[in-house]
Design a protein around this ligand. Structure first.
Ligand code: MCA
Ligand code: AMP
Length: 505
């Protein structure tokens, strides 16, 4: 029986002793060895009572076993819900509750904190540590190494990825088998991936970029990944000569350029560097070409849509643009108010439609209706224009979003915590330029009349509630927030005022 995503990504490699994961320490995991671990995990999950369509939330360190958990979920027809390892228990609680996850898999070091939540929400708890040990692997050890793949339709859900919103409430983006598979095939074809490719994957695998782009593309092509637990400049430089391609967020490329060991000679055997998740500065593009002779290929996507556009493989990779809509993806630039398509060259909100576009937000029909039109076009909230040659330029955002080192941060979520603190009347959270992360978070506070907020206590409250990457790197107190005549906070005025806080750090 068919399970298109499993069959094409994983099943196609059954029995092959070809290399799949090349680990930091020099060990190689073949496709078959990987599939055997995944199959034993699938047995463990189904024998724990999980049924097709059930959600499994995973907050685990990046490891071959963590990737096998993803494969196991696809094979058993479960909906995989990967979560950022930086999320606090507060944040996790929301995701587990909102998704109705029947099982949580976490690091054993976090199990004590998560168990009460899992118990309350009647989710089972298993552990999986960075070295692959834990109750999941333990339970799976003696289970069969083959598993009868559960049949799924192309339209069945394969994964949930939570994405925050302008209201501060995260929404579970429902991604189908067809969403993930169509995009992986299109990208592998567009970027010419094949079984000889060796991709450096130093990205986290709990987001679209590291999992559904880097990993799925490699799987579709039957290639291998140099699978690094995180971005570690020494490891990347060490492994570079073995690679043919690399994917990363702009911070990866600026960090590489800051290192003298990163030379044209080091990368002479690579064929392709791809960047996305945040804007790549034209300056980085130019410096990279000067240093290595390679033009970085920039592409543009979202959690809800996977990848939408890409610069060409053969044609001109134009700095400061995200290229053309991918084959099968329609893209238009519309008036934010009327939704009408604008003439070529005008700036408006980017809307996209195609097999890559998600099914909607889990149990949020109103939010879905606000962003996903009945005719299938998804309103991205990104502001862009299409130039005379058809290249798409992203010029800003119609949504209040900060992107720091490739991680998306919705200011509202932080403002809700800041507003709650003693002595704080109101707050505005903004993103300001940062040399390493592209943008970083600044919290602007207004004190209650006569009060002086204790900034250390405010910072501590944020630490207890939100993941580290969302923490304001600076808290400042001002007399009043600038507002327009409608009473809306003018964040652009604040951004201008605090623009230089971090540029040189
Ligand atoms: C780590 N920290 C961060 C970030 N990462 N703070 C803000 N923004 C971040 N991105 C914290 C650390 O916890 C640490 O805290 C301090 O900042 C400095 O850490 P450092 O060692 O410099 O960071 P790192 O561990 O080297 O990580 C930086 C990183 C990483 C390599 C850029 O953030 C990363 O891998 N980013 C990629 C994210 C990604 O995959 N995004 C794709 C999303 P302390 O002060 O405690 O030491 S998918 C997507 O966007 C769409 C769909 C798309 O188009 O792809
Ligand atoms: P998310 O879905 O939350 O991971 O982030 C998607 C957002 O990242 C998009 O809506 C864009 O704002 C931004 N993004 C992704 N790729 C690019 C890119 N190449 N250039 C500019 N912004 C990007």
């Amino acid at each position: 029986m068919a399970n298109p995503l499993y069959d094409e990504l994983f099943g196609a490699h059954s029995g092959k002793s070809t290399p799949f994961l090349l680990l930091c320490e020099g060990q190689t995991i073949t496709h078959e060895a990987f599939l055997q671990v995944a199959a034993s995990f699938a047995h463990m999950l189904t024998s724990s009572g999980l049924k097709p369509g059930d959600r499994l939330a995973a907050q685990v360190q990046k490891s071959p076993q963590a990737l096998a958990l993803y494969a196991a979920c696809v094979q058993a027809g479960l909906v995989f819900l990967p979560l950022n390892t930086a999320y606090t228990v507060d944040e996790l609680t929301y995701f587990i509750e909102n998704s109705g996850a029947r099982m949580v898999v976490c690091d054993s070091g976090r199990a004590d904190g998560i168990r009460p939540v899992a118990d309350r929400l009647e989710a089972q708890l298993l552990t999986l540590d960075a070295d692959g040990s834990g109750s999941l692997a333990e339970g799976a050890r003696n289970l069969p190494k083959t598993f009868t793949t559960v049949a799924r339709d192309a339209d069945d859900l394969a994964a949930f990825l939570y994405t925050s919103g302008t209201t501060g409430r995260s929404k579970g983006a429902m991604l189908t088998q067809a969403n993930l598979l169509s995009n992986a095939k299109t990208l592998a074809d567009h970027w010419r991936f094949d079984s000889d490719d060796v991709l450096i994957n130093a990205l986290p695998i709990f987001h679209t970029h590291g999992l559904f782009v880097a990993t799925n593309v490699t799987l579709v092509a039957g290639g291998a990944m140099i699978f690094l637990p995180k971005f570690d400049i020494d490891a990347i430089i060490d492994k570079m000569p073995m690679a043919t391609t690399m994917m990363g967020v702009p911070t990866f490329y600026t960090r590489l350029l800051d290192d003298e060991r990163f030379t044209g000679d080091l990368v002479k055997d690579l064929r392709l560097f791809i960047s996305g998740s945040a804007p790549l500065l034209s300056e980085t593009h130019v410096q990279f070409e000067r240093r290595t002779g390679h033009r970085i290929l920039e592409r543009y996507g979202m959690t809800e849509t996977n990848m939408n556009t890409s610069n060409p493989y053969d044609g001109e990779r134009r700095a400061g643009t995200v290229g053309f809509p991918l084959p099968g993806v329609e893209l238009k630039v519309c008036d934010p108010k009327s939704g009408r398509e604008l003439p070529q060259g005008d700036v408006g909100v980017i809307e996209v439609r195609g097999p890559n576009v998600f099914k909607g937000y889990w149990q949020m029909p109103e939010k879905t209706a606000e962003e996903l039109r009945e005719d299938g076009f998804f309103i991205t909230g990104d502001l862009g224009r299409i130039d005379e040659d058809g290249y798409v330029h992203i010029v800003g955002r119609d949504k209040d979003l900060i992107i720091s080192g490739g991680y998306n941060i919705y200011p509202k979520e932080i403002e809700l915590v800041l507003d709650d603190q003693p002595g704080v009347l109101e707050s505005a959270v903004i993103g300001v330029p940062h040399a390493d992360f592209g943008e970083t978070v600044v919290g602007v506070l207004v004190a209650e009349p006569g009060a002086t907020p204790d900034l250390d206590a405010v910072a501590k409250a944020v630490q207890e509630t939100l993941a580290r990457f969302k923490h304001p790197r600076k808290l400042v107190v001002i007399d009043a927030l600038p507002r327009n005549t409608m009473g809306k906070v003018q964040k652009n005025v604040l951004r201008e005022r605090f623009n230089d806080l971090f540029v040189l750090t």
